[in-house]
Ligand binder design. Structure first.
Ligand SMILES: *[C@@H]1O[C@H](CO)[C@@H](O)[C@H](O)[C@H]1NC(C)=O
Ligand SMILES: *[C@@H]1O[C@H](CO)[C@@H](O)[C@H](O)[C@H]1NC(C)=O
Ligand SMILES: CC(=O)N[C@H]1CO[C@H](CO)[C@@H](O)[C@@H]1O
Length: 386
């Protein structure tokens, strides 16, 4: 999303006893070596061969059963290959560099990742800041990486992929570095070549080249994205999915009017594993800041032209951010969007914006256990499309 101005309190969780596993934590599965005992009030439930999870003991009796998708979406559908949430936090405090861990920014909570894996979701987009990984004080985009911050990103990625999930690493910079718009394709290509090299042996990493460029001509963004693709592949990371975003905040609803549709058909990947990432919110200005949706059908409507363009250009899409309020119109609108996406067969997946420890009562927060989108959006609008 365009930006979040939030005040937040930092709560430092006290270390849990090593003997039992907290709710939503892992308690079993092949290759797992930790405790199989859950905290009181939680029960160890086998989710799949690889993963058992401590779930609240009351969950099986009190949770609302997910809505059946056949009642809300007819016809032949292609399941999403990538379905999950954004795990936001490391990009917070984006005017303070480097910023202090725990004050300006934080990393996602393992328990939150466990929660979604346990429900069957498999993809997490992890926003981070380029200024923190490539500090302006030590050479910026052409200087060395900050190993501390890079280490935090790697830990998060490794946690996700060790649970069988996909981790989309997302420089959440709007194509702006240290106050200046990025325009140099060589610099951008080299930066991605160097970063992708750090992750090239992990086939569950996804490279999301840049979050929401805006106020830059589509052709310029295209040139940068093509350079990014070339950089990732030159690193030796040849098997992973790459996501490219367009200008105008990569909005799906403006894809065919922003200039993006005229240029992005030409994107080329020597390894043929690329998707166009678009974002879509369902409030009146499409910014994800108002819990009122335009209508109960606005989700499908806002995706229609982009879906047609993907088909015409023989490209795949991934809806990297979607969000809306917890009310009847919005729930229908999200269902309509995901239904149209699965019916079309050209969308690889969708990611809710957002989970993350610091959202407080933001209406789109899906951070378990009490984020406002957990109670209704999750079972009624997302789980039916697993
Ligand atoms: C590297 O990151 C750490 C952790 O955020 C920070 O304390 C340190 O100051 C950073 N170094 C530079 C040169 O920015
Ligand atoms: C949200 O949008 C609705 C409908 O457009 C409007 O009536 C309301 O004032 C908006 N709320 C805020 C906080 O902007
Ligand atoms: C949408 C999706 O891909 N869901 C998958 C998530 O992961 C579980 C466990 O690996 C799969 O069973 C789901 O199909």
């Amino acid at each position: 999303m365009k930006g979040a101005i939030l005040s937040f309190a930092v709560a430092l969780a006290s270390a849990a006893p090593a003997m039992s596993v907290a709710v939503w934590g892992q308690c079993g599965g092949s290759g797992y070596g930790g405790s199989t005992v859950c905290d009181s009030g939680a029960t160890c439930v086998a989710v799949n061969t690889f993963y058992s999870q401590c779930q609240p003991s009351s969950a099986t009796t009190t949770a609302t059963a997910p809505t059946s998708s056949s009642s809300i979406c007819s016809g032949t559908r292609t399941k999403f290959k990538f379905f999950g949430v954004n795990q936001s936090g490391a990009e917070f405090g984006n005017t303070v560099f480097p910023g202090a861990l725990g004050t300006e920014y934080t990393w996602p909570a393992p328990s939150s990742i466990d929660f979604f894996i346990g429900k069957g979701f498999n993809t997490f987009r992890v926003p981070f800041l380029m200024e923190r990984v490539s500090p302006p004080t030590t050479g910026g985009l052409t200087g060395p990486f900050n190993q501390t911050y890079l280490g935090g990103l790697k830990d998060t990625v490794n946690y996700i992929t060790s649970k069988g999930g996909f981790a989309a690493i997302d420089p959440h910079n709007f194509m702006i570095f240290n106050g200046a718009t990025i325009t140099n394709t060589n610099t951008f290509q080299s930066w991605w070549q160097k970063l992708a090299a750090e992750f090239k042996s992990n086939d569950h990493v996804i490279f999301d080249l840049q979050n929401e460029p805006h106020d830059i001509p589509a052709q310029t963004v295209f040139n940068l994205m093509q350079a990014g693709v070339n950089g990732v592949r030159a690193s030796g990371a040849t098997s992973q999915l790459i996501l490219v975003e367009g200008t105008s905040w990569t909005g799906a609803w403006t894809w065919t009017t922003s200039g993006n549709s005229q240029v992005f058909g030409a994107i080329r990947d020597p390894n043929n594993n690329i998707a166009i990432e678009m974002h879509q919110y369902l409030d009146s200005d499409g910014s994800g800041t108002n819990a009122t949706c335009v209508s109960s059908t606005i989700g499908a409507e806002r995706l229609q032209a982009a879906t047609a363009w993907l088909k015409q250009n023989n490209l795949k899409g991934l809806l990297g951010e979607i969000g809306a309020g917890s009310n009847a119109a919005c729930i229908s609108a999200v269902q309509g969007a995901l239904c149209e996406m699965q019916q079309s067969g050209v969308w690889l997946g969708a990611l809710w914006w957002a989970a993350g420890p610091w959202w407080g009562d933001y209406y789109q927060s899906i951070e378990p256990p009490t984020g406002p989108a957990v109670a209704q959006i999750l079972p009624q609008a997302l789980e039916p499309f697993l």
